[in-house]
Design a protein around this ligand. Sequence first.
Ligand SMILES: *[C@@H]1O[C@H](CO)[C@@H](O)[C@H](O)[C@H]1NC(C)=O
Ligand SMILES: *[C@@H]1O[C@H](CO)[C@@H](O)[C@H](O)[C@H]1NC(C)=O
Ligand SMILES: *[C@@H]1O[C@H](CO)[C@@H](O)[C@H](O)[C@H]1NC(C)=O
Ligand SMILES: *[C@@H]1O[C@H](CO)[C@@H](O)[C@H](O)[C@H]1NC(C)=O
Ligand SMILES: *[C@@H]1O[C@H](CO)[C@@H](O)[C@H](O)[C@H]1NC(C)=O
Ligand SMILES: *[C@@H]1O[C@H](CO)[C@@H](O)[C@H](O)[C@H]1NC(C)=O
Ligand SMILES: [Cu+2]
Length: 742
Amino acid sequence: MAVRFDLPVILFASILVTVFSAIAAADYPDPCTRPCKEGGKRMVCRYRWVLENYLTLSRACYDCPARANQTDCLRQQCVAADGVQRSIRTINRQIPGPGIQVCEGDTIEVEVINQMVMSEGVTIHWHGILQRHSPHMDGVAMVTQCPITASSKFTYRFRADDPGTHLYHSHSGLFRGDGLFGSIVVRQPKSRDLQHDLYDLDLPEHVLVMTDWSHRPVVDLYAVFFHSRKFESQSPDSILINGRGVYPPTREVLVNRTTMTPFAQFHVQANRRYRFRLINAGALRCPIEFSVDDHHLLLIASDGRPFVPFSVTSVLMFSGERYDFVLQTRASESGVYWMRARGLDKCERDSVQQFAILKYTDHITQDVIKYPDAPMNYDTPTTQDEVRFNQWFLKKSDEPEPDEHAQITNMTSLEPDDDSLRNDPDQRIFLEFAYRLRPNYHFHDPVLYPARGAGYKTVSSTMINNISNSLPPAPILTQLDDLQPDTFCNFDTMQHRNCSHEFCECTHRVVAREGEVVELVIYNSNDQDGYTHPLHLHGHSYRVVAVHRFTEKITRERFIEMDRKGLIDRRLHAAPYKDTLPIPNGGFIVLRLKADNPGTWYMHCHVALHAEIGMALTFQVNKADGDLPASPPDFPRCGVWPIVRHADDVDTNSDVKGSQDENSSGNLGEHFSDGSWIFGVLAALVFMNIVLVVTSAILCKGKVDSSRSRDLHVHTCKSLRLQGAKARTGCVVSEDERTTLI
Ligand SMILES: *[C@@H]1O[C@H](CO)[C@@H](O)[C@H](O)[C@H]1NC(C)=O
Ligand SMILES: *[C@@H]1O[C@H](CO)[C@@H](O)[C@H](O)[C@H]1NC(C)=O
Ligand SMILES: *[C@@H]1O[C@H](CO)[C@@H](O)[C@H](O)[C@H]1NC(C)=O
Ligand SMILES: *[C@@H]1O[C@H](CO)[C@@H](O)[C@H](O)[C@H]1NC(C)=O
Ligand SMILES: *[C@@H]1O[C@H](CO)[C@@H](O)[C@H](O)[C@H]1NC(C)=O
Ligand SMILES: *[C@@H]1O[C@H](CO)[C@@H](O)[C@H](O)[C@H]1NC(C)=O
Ligand SMILES: [Cu+2]
């Protein structure tokens, strides 16, 4: 009996000791992770990443979490996650992938080696890095480059010109949700950091990457969501913080279990000000509310851009957003506190959440083990001076008013006004984001189980201006000449189609010229009970000049009418910069940017599913001479194969009726009356193509060279083993090679 009581205590002891020593031992071996000095050396920071299909709780985990010692969970190449086994995708067998931390002006060079079997192509996008002068390095499959096919490699090389907290993730199919993501932090010398006096310490380990986490591969989750007979949730099961957590994260589990995966831990000392960098790398519909028990968060920057600081008790973050905050630690403490990551929106119903530990370290408590005593309920403990930042974005019509006094409008940019804030933009682009029922052949069969059939579960389509984006058969930036002009479409070119009823699918593109000031009016016409979609634009940060929500339905005409009457209040002074911003359900956002970065820039909802099935477009910025930037020499190209688009071959105009008259509902029944299985197979293939970017059919030439997989693999494993703690950073190149001056 006594043993039973003591066991958890021993367990707690072992966890904290091992986590702490692991952090201490790592000691930041990456020479690029350094204090940044004005006039300091610029470095070339090289990394080699091997992307693989992998497993949580693999052989590398030995007995994790099967006995009362967590050491095994912290072994190299052990992805413990939240203690549930599933198949994953990894970079160097880590989740998150290796963090990159450099100084502004350094050059980042990442050799990406695709060792994922089954022929799937992959790319890596550097979310928040604007890729000025390097648009070909943006990493969007079929927009800026060909996917890197299996057993091939590609080297990304770009200057770290955008200071702040960023992330990287795969940008082809849904791999991001399976583990292909990580952090990039670009630091500045004190002299260039407008906020350096707000904090004492900006430590490499104070980066928190939060992600929603499903216990099955995201592609399975979506297959079920789209094709199952009854409604199935697309919600994640869990959240991971820096790849760690416990499932389910409850006090009961903490007390009853003799084995458990470790929580992420962050160490601080009393009476200091720490800069923390918070990233939501999620792939699903799970905005995350982050808070630290008994501490305030002084928000200072978002998406890499500084603003006038203000203090909150929690920050709500959508997928792709980053917030930096300063944590003022308590005066004389030696305690432990919960850091809470609470999933809202779809995640609220299932109380999806995770915890991490904030631990005050001092000579007395360093080795004494304790979990916070505070409750581990889904509901955050309320405090008197509660300020929940950005709850406004999630308001539903039947909910009480959220905290209107802590929202995006409270952000005042610290950077000087620029041309984008002038009164009259050169171009105004209206974009309607919506989720509506269409006879979408990806999820329905117009005859066998039509979109509007009685008794069927129907699946809506995600669209911008009633167009579902599909990727072109060759990358727009590098192979524009290979693409038929009718590959592309937009609101104007689709006027001859009945897209308010039909399913309209094509490569959605809007065009601007270098130097133009563009105003984006983006509205979300699903009402207040609909979805709030996080909008991400590549290649540009934008100023947020207006955010508003309507009680009645919003349309393009209504906006124009209100604008004409002067009812749209634009903030043309000190408007904050963002690159990822929620579009409130039933509301609109007005954004301003100067199109000063020629290239093809993806603009999309950052919920992976929504983007992959159509809520995306390409914002093409032509150079002043009308051309796109020329590709670097020897840039990989891919073969152009015929596009398969259902709408091209078959007339979908029919607003298919119920199942009773299925045999007489238009052309489809006739065309395929004795072979509808072919249609099904075709539809399935197209669907797979879009969701996975299956590239086995695409022949890539040039720099993407076939590599002898076994050699590479052995080499990398060797490097990881030999370099010990150094391998934690994923940097497997010797110091000499890395410190090239540029
Ligand atoms: C846990 O196991 C490791 C290696 O197996 C060992 O070095 C360590 O002392 C153990 N810790 C405890 C608290 O038993
Ligand atoms: C956990 O332990 C408590 C008492 O300590 C008990 O009431 C509860 O049923 C246990 N839960 C599980 C899941 O075993
Ligand atoms: C946000 O701005 C409003 C209006 O100016 C103000 O009342 C509120 O206190 C601000 N909130 C914070 C957290 O600073
Ligand atoms: C899209 O279609 C809906 C009807 O399904 C219509 O109400 C809406 O105005 C259309 N949007 C645009 C931008 O044309
Ligand atoms: C668009 O399609 C719907 C449904 O098939 C039909 O009712 C409507 O009249 C069509 N509109 C136009 C302009 O063709
Ligand atoms: C539709 O056609 C199939 C085969 O051609 C037939 O078996 C079925 O009874 C028809 N259904 C209706 C509702 O007419
Ligand atoms: Cu969305």
